[in-house]
Design a protein around this ligand. Structure first.
Ligand SMILES: Cc1ncc(C[n+]2csc(CCOP(=O)(O)OP(=O)(O)O)c2C)c(N)n1
Ligand SMILES: [Mg+2]
Length: 793
């Protein structure tokens, strides 16, 4: 039976004293963890190690109250990134982190600088570092839990708590999330703002706190404050107390933070000069000088009882998320408390000795509590509450449950975007896989061809929504409710990728494995880029379908024509990019993407870059006949295949081989160019590059193997299969509806000259032929590039 904190007043008083004692140890351990890394551990390279003692101290009370007095199994928590030492100190006291890690902050294979799900030794719920995501990730995880609850049931539904720095609220992603309607009904979300009114370089004006609260209220959030501790509250209740309250409230942050750093006698002198000086002096006459700094500095964010009371209030409010503004002091309890320049400050050796004495730390600087001490018992209770009843992680969906192909009928002409819509609709019926698929988009479901899927599975909303009658027949069934399986967000690509990131960790965070597919216009991937990076860094696994892309969506104009996204796909870790041209390739790569979502060990996320250009599907037939379906599919997934082989052309000169390597919607131009070159006797091949990322990865990996072993590395991975030794003297023309830089590495594999064609300036409106001609990626340019290439060898 798991115990919670005591309930009677007497018991509560005793518990609070124990909590205070635990908090002192947490503060010591966190400060010492940073001290050891910077001043005790030998520094091998002369580079500053770092760590944030002041920022950590700022949240010591909030995290102590949370972990030892509030959290239970199933809850998920995000910690202000630069306060990770507090988190690890707490995990240690809870018995969840071995002692030897306390001396390894920021060391190779030690405690990471900022919380990491994948690299820290203790259980971190949310990887963090880029400020702002600590707030939004748990809020979207709560939405994922809501979805999983209604569709599959959740064994131990949890609460989602974020402890964030006040300056994190400057980040726009926070406000995009706060304004998202899907989050406003989630009563199990609690954000605790560490309101120390300091950021890295700045002291924040006091007025901001009120503004921020209004912004939350305007978005239907429940707003709470822990402004003053109970010592100050008691003083406010005495004669002259209201004058003290007014005096503190009216003070600027700078004045207040300077005041609480003064000795008691000076504080009294300063307050004597206030306009209510006589009343204040009468009130303060009852307090000794030594007690004044603690009294005036008694903020709610450092009062454990006050914090627990506010958490309980948040818990009782179930209609919407709660934000608690907890007033704190940056560097609380340390010599540089409230100092405007304390962000990177660290205690010196003498200050550490003094702190150690002040916090009552004995012989062993890393000691935890004795098991039979009151603190030891409370630690055990808290650990049991947090972990004893934690549900087991379910096994992932077996990757083998994802079929290799669906064998769907393909119309003679179809774009990859349309093919995606059809494959997705077919996937719903696939056993095991179908029901786990959940889609999401930021207001572009229909224009990215999710219409057929949405008609089948419906739109998700946590509560049934009133039907809005539409005049005339509607082609789309858009009636949001709990059974729907498409989550349509407002237009925020940042929210889209934050949600995908949490959907892509649903098994680990919520205990239900989901297969998330998001759609986005390709150019606007960049709009959600930091959230995409955060999702991949966290180890989330999902599929992002980006369509339309490139110049190919012609009349839409330059702001909608993506250029650098193929490079993003190639360079981002944990992401496999595919740019298919034909419907069969869409089917195979999408299925592969789902398989990679199931493979929790070696899988990854997948990025499909699609287009609205209808493509003649018969162009693929010769390759299908030459390779057979299984081999063709293998090569498509490996990164590319030979679509046109010069040996199948008539009357060409074998001494004039040239490779045209093209990707995606532009491939038909390459085929047309090759046919014209064949007519002129040139032995042109067309390599259809379905994944520049896979090809580059294969090449780099083969070379790295060679570097490690000192021999080998010449095979070049799948690229070596695409360009066999007898054709490695031929030049290469690369063609992409995107930055030409992306494919230009091809020549580096075997030392072949490259003529790179692509889009290296911003686009504009026009017809597709106009734009292909203007930007030099049409068949004419490819033919000329091939003729030039022949001259280069
Ligand atoms: C996106 C991003 N920008 C900048 C930083 C660098 N940075 C780390 S902490 C910090 C200040 C944060 O202030 P606050 O959240 O109030 O925390 P406190 O300093 O009070 O602990 C900044 C700018 C970062 N980590 N992430
Ligand atoms: Mg701050």
């Amino acid at each position: 039976m798991v115990q919670t904190l005591a309930r009677t007043d007497a018991e509560r008083g005793a518990d609070l004293a124990v909590l205070e004692s635990i908090q002192r140890r947490v503060l010591w351990l966190a400060t010492d963890i940073i001290h050891h890394a910077n001043h005790v551990r030998p520094n091998v390279d002369g580079i500053k190690v770092g760590g944030h003692q002041a920022s950590s101290a700022s949240v010591v009370s909030i995290l102590t109250a949370l972990y030892f007095g509030y959290l239970r199994a199933g809850d998920r928590v995000a910690i202000k990134p630069h306060a990770s030492p507090i988190f690890h100190a707490i995990q240690y006291l809870l018995g969840l982190l071995p002692r030897e890690y306390l001396t390894t902050l920021r060391q190779f294979h030690g405690l990471q600088a900022y919380p990491s799900r994948t690299k820290d030794p203790d259980r971190v719920d949310f990887s963090l570092g880029s400020v702002g995501f600590g707030a939004t990730a748990p809020a979207f995880a709560a939405l994922v839990q809501r979805y999983a609850e209604v569709h599959f049931g959740v064994e131990r539904p949890g609460r989602f708590v974020a402890v964030l720095g006040d300056a994190e609220l400057d980040e726009g992603n926070i406000w995009e999330a706060v304004a998202e309607e899907h989050l406003t009904g989630l009563g199990n979300v609690l954000w605790v703002v560490d309101l120390n009114r300091q950021s890295l370089d700045r002291v924040i004006p006091g007025i901001r706190a009120g503004q921020l609260e209004e912004m939350f209220r305007a978005n239907h959030w429940h707003v709470l404050e822990a402004k003053y501790g109970r010592r100050l509250q008691a003083a406010f209740a005495r004669p002259g107390g209201q004058a003290l309250r007014r005096c503190i409230d009216d003070m600027s942050n700078q004045q207040y933070q300077a005041l609480i750093r003064l000795p008691g006698a000076e504080i009294r002198e300063r307050l004597r000069g206030d306009k209510d000086g006589p009343a204040l002096m009468r009130l303060l006459a009852d307090y000794k000088d030594d007690d004044l700094p603690a009294l005036i500095g008694d903020l709610g964010g450092h009062d454990l009882g006050e914090l627990l009371a506010r958490f309980a209030e948040a818990e009782a409010h179930t209609a919407s998320p709660t934000v608690l503004f907890a007033y704190t002091v940056k560097g609380w309890g340390l010599p540089f408390a409230g100092d405007p320049l304390n962000h990177a400050a660290q205690l010196g050796e003498a200050q550490m000795v003094a702190l150690r004495a002040q916090l009552g730390i004995g012989e062993d600087e890393w000691a935890a509590f004795e098991p039979d001490s009151a603190e030891g018992r409370l630690c055990r209770q808290a650990a049991a509450r947090l972990h004893e009843d934690e549900a087991e992680l379910p096994p992932p969906i077996d990757p083998a449950a994802v079929p290799a192909s669906l064998g769907a009928r393909v119309p003679p002409r179809i774009s990859t975007q349309e093919a995606f819509g059809r494959v997705l609709a077919d996937l719903d019926g696939v056993p095991v896989i179908g029901e786990r698929i959940v889609t999401t988009s930021a207001d572009v479901a229909v224009s990215t061809n999710l219409g057929g899927w949405v008609n089948k599975v419906g739109v998700f909303h946590a509560t049934p929504q009133e039907a809005v009658p539409t005049p005339g027949p509607s082609l789309l069934r858009w009636q949001p409710g709990p059974t729907g399986r498409h989550i349509e967000l407002g237009i925020s690509e940042m929210n889209l990728f934050t949600l995908l990131g949490q959907l892509g960790l649903s098994r680990e965070l919520i205990g239900q494995h989901l297969l998330p597919i998001g759609t986005v216009y390709d150019p606007f991937i960049l709009r959600g880029m930091d959230a995409l990076v955060h999702a991949l860094y966290s180890g989330a696994k999902f599929v992002i379908v980006a369509t339309p892309s490139g110049l190919t969506l012609s009349p839409e104009g330059g702001a909608h024509q993506s250029t650098i996204t193929p490079g993003v796909g190639v360079e981002l870790p944990n992401l496999v990019p595919y740019e298919p041209c034909f419907a069969r390739e869409v089917e195979w790569t999408l299925l592969e993407g789902l398989r990679l979502c199931c493979d929790r060990e070696n899988g990854s996320s997948t990025y499909l870059r699609l287009s609205t250009r209808p493509v003649d599907q018969s162009l693929m037939d010769p390759a299908l006949a030459r390779l057979g379906e299984d081999e063709l599919r293998r090569q498509v997934l490996a990164g590319g295949y030979r679509l046109v082989d010069w040996r199948e052309a008539r009357d060409v000169d074998p001494s004039t081989v040239v490779h045209i390597a093209a990707a995606g919607a532009i491939v038909p131009e390459a085929v047309a160019a090759a046919q014209r070159l064949h007519g002129e006797g040139v032995a042109a091949n067309v390599l259809n590059l379905t994944s520049a990322g896979r090809l580059f990865e294969g090449l780099a990996e083969s070379r790295r193997r060679g570097v490690r072993r000192g021999v080998g590395g010449a095979d070049g991975g799948h690229l070596g299969e695409l360009i066999p030794p007898e054709e490695r003297n031929a030049a290469i023309v690369t063609v992409l509806d995107g930055s030409s830089h992306v494919l230009s590495f091809l020549g580096s594999a075997f030392g072949q000259p490259v003529v790179p064609l692509g889009v290296d300036s911003f686009g504009q409106s026009g017809s597709m032929p106009d734009l292909y001609r203007e930007y030099g990626i049409d068949a004419d340019h490819i033919v000329n590039a091939a003729l030039l290439a022949l001259d280069l060898v």
